[in-house]
Design a protein around this ligand. Structure first.
Ligand code: NDP
Ligand code: 2IT
Length: 449
């Protein structure tokens, strides 16, 4: 297995995030390979770590000034053993092939855990929507879809949102797909409500992360009531994580964006959350504005000279990282534990570094890895696909209740898989093993393809 890891690293030495995601899974599934010698014979690790297909393309678009710009587009179709490729699109200047591959790889296991029939994929671009006009974003999305449309479809590959891709972008992407294909189909999820979207999809990732946290707490006879919570990010996942924590009686004291974070000792209540949603989703402003509107809060700008994030250095019970990968490093994990945090439920994908995770596992806190804890988003995307196929829409209560059941089921699956491999209470091992076995067995059933 060390040889496989070395081979993957040697092949694409610059894809650090992909190696990180792969190393973690391979480490977790060692005992599964020991119990199933045919998996080695069938080279399942070599197969599952190699994308079925990678598409990279040029995305030319015109700025309002008339200047032509060129970005890079990606779609990694990682695995279709249990269903059509499914996963979001990320528009962020940091995007490169290694990042999209790590996200697509995580998505395979996450989608497997949801109980729904979805393979794994991910895509995006190094386009930065920040500071762009709506028309610039529209022209970019149209150009992006002018290539992507030939690779996707409702039974082939179904993209959705991720960082920098929300309802606005999905609308522009869908419009272009429909024009090019002359088809109105469920080819994207996260659509607006009156043209094929599902109720609860905007809320689903954040709500799911909190449902998963509640399940973990219940194993210790506890609830979220009166828990002090640190949340990072202030986008889709952070907003609805905050909303659900408040609903379950907890208190959220932090939010952030790429320029810094706010700490509100009095707690971010419903009115303040409404303000944040308006600030971020409509005005597309900065989180620093919060501290100007609510003087009881303190804004701390990002300090690039620090080797830790001060957001994770406040007294609290629970942490919900909801911004981006590797946002909790070794020192942050030490600070979290020293401040009393004993639950981490990951809204972001791979937000904790391997060194941070080691500490959470060593200290036996309730650690819910992203591929389990944040699977509610893609799960409701799966429900959106089901509704589109039937040309029906389910009421809010029905979708929310299905989401809740799916999160309970993922929790149960993780607990049982960890237990059957002698790693009781280790949700990371449970998620990796359960996600892996289902996909690998489907691959073997389907022969060498
Ligand atoms: P949004 O674009 O809505 O929000 C992202 C938030 O994270 C913003 O506050 C953004 O700040 C901040 N952020 C992004 N990149 C960085 C960075 N490099 N450094 C510091 N802050 C950063 O995205 P989502 O809320 O949808 O996604 C958040 C996380 O959740 C991602 O890891 C995503 O992969 C994951 N996720 C999302 C799902 C979904 O359904 N949307 C489902 C499952 C996981 P700024 O505005 O300044 O850039
Ligand atoms: O990381 C993720 O699971 C997402 N960005 C959501 C994917 C989806 O297809 O809804």
């Amino acid at each position: 297995m060390e040889q496989i890891v070395e081979m993957i690293q040697a092949r694409d030495p610059e894809q650090r995030e992909f190696h990180q995601a792969v190393d973690e899974v391979i480490e977790s599934v060692k005992p599964v390979l020991d119990r199933n010698p045919e998996y080695r014979q069938q080279a399942v690790l070599e197969r599952i770590t190699e994308p079925e297909r990678v598409v990279m393309f040029r995305v030319p678009w015109m700025a309002d000034s008339g200047q032509v710009k060129v970005n890079r587009g990606f779609r990694v179709e990682m695995n279709s053993a249990i269903g059509p490729y499914k996963g979001g699109l990320r528009f962020h200047p940091s995007v490169n092939l290694g990042i999209i591959k790590f996200l697509a790889f995580e998505q395979v296991f996450k989608n497997s855990l949801t109980t729904l029939a979805m393979g794994g994929g991910k895509g995006g671009s190094d386009f930065d929507p920040k500071g762009k006009s709506d028309m610039e974003v529209m022209r970019f999305c149209q150009s992006f879809m002018a290539e992507l449309y030939r690779h996707i479809g409702p039974n082939t590959d179904v993209p959705a949102g991720d960082i920098g891709v929300g309802a606005r972008e999905i609308g522009y992407l869908f419009g272009m797909y429909k024009k090019l294909k002359n088809e109105f189909t469920g080819v994207l999820t996260g659509k607006s409500l009156n043209w094929g979207g599902s109720l609860i999809r905007p809320e689903a990732t954040g709500y799911g992360v909190v449902y998963f946290a509640a399940e973990m707490l219940a194993t210790r006879g506890e609830t979220l009531a009166n828990k002090i919570c640190l949340v990072s990010g202030s986008g889709n996942v952070a907003q609805y994580t905050t909303e659900k924590i408040l609903e379950l009686g907890g208190q959220v004291v932090t939010l952030s964006d790429s320029s810094g974070y706010i700490y509100d000792e009095e707690g971010i209540d419903r009115d303040k959350l409404k303000y944040v949603m308006e600030l971020k989703n409509i005005r597309r402003g900065r989180i620093s504005d919060y501290a100007e509107t609510y003087p009881e809060a303190v804004f701390t700008p990002v300090d690039p000279t620090l080797d830790y994030n001060p957001l994770w250095n406040h007294q609290a019970d629970c942490a919900f990282p909801s911004a981006t990968q590797n946002e909790i490093n070794e020192k942050d994990a030490t600070n979290l534990l020293a401040n009393g945090v004993y639950l981490v439920s990951e809204g972001a994908n791979m937000p904790s570094t391997p060194e941070a995770i080691d500490q959470f596992i060593d200290q036996q806190i309730l650690y819910g890895p992203g591929k389990a804890a944040n699977a509610g988003g893609v799960a409701v995307s799966g429900l959106e696909m089901a509704q589109n196929s039937m040309r029906l829409t389910w009421p809010r209560e029905e979708v929310d209740s299905r989401l809740k059941h799916i999160m309970e089921s993922i929790h149960h699956t993780c607990v049982e898989a960890a237990r059957s491999y002698g790693a009781e209470g280790n949700y990371l091992i449970g998620a990796n093993i359960a996600g892996f076995i289902k996909v690998v067995n489907a691959m073997l059933d389907q022969g060498l393809v």
